[in-house]
Design a protein around this ligand. Structure first.
Ligand SMILES: [Zn+2]
Length: 104
């Protein structure tokens, strides 16, 4: 499994340094079981997965193998999906759900 970290996600790690350990642990779990740990999102976030780190704090990510299986790549804001291997996880965003869903 390969991991890519978007700029916004890396910013989040700095911003939420207080729970960095919890975030890192969740990132590892997601990398082992991207589908089992994630909840697929709908609407304009279709194709993305969310996973809670703790109460009122989530991680948003893409799993390229899933991007493709669904055949809805055109709806998925996975910018360079065609250039990534299937087993790529892109960590996109993190934060309180209100903030995260407000961004897209
Ligand atoms: Zn993708």
């Amino acid at each position: 499994m390969k991991a890519k970290f978007e700029k916004a996600f890396l910013k989040g790690i700095k911003k939420y340094a207080g729970i960095k350990k919890q975030i890192e642990q969740k990132v590892r779990q997601i990398m082992e079981h991207p589908v089992e740990f994630g909840e697929p999102l709908k609407g304009n976030l279709r194709g993305f997965y969310s996973c809670p780190v703790k109460r009122n704090f989530i991680i948003i990510y893409l799993y390229c193998s899933a991007c493709r299986k669904k055949g809805d790549a055109e709806f998925v804001a996975c910018s360079d999906c065609s250039n990534t291997p299937d087993d790529t996880i892109k960590f996109v965003l993190m934060g309180p759900p209100d903030e995260v869903y407000g961004i897209k």
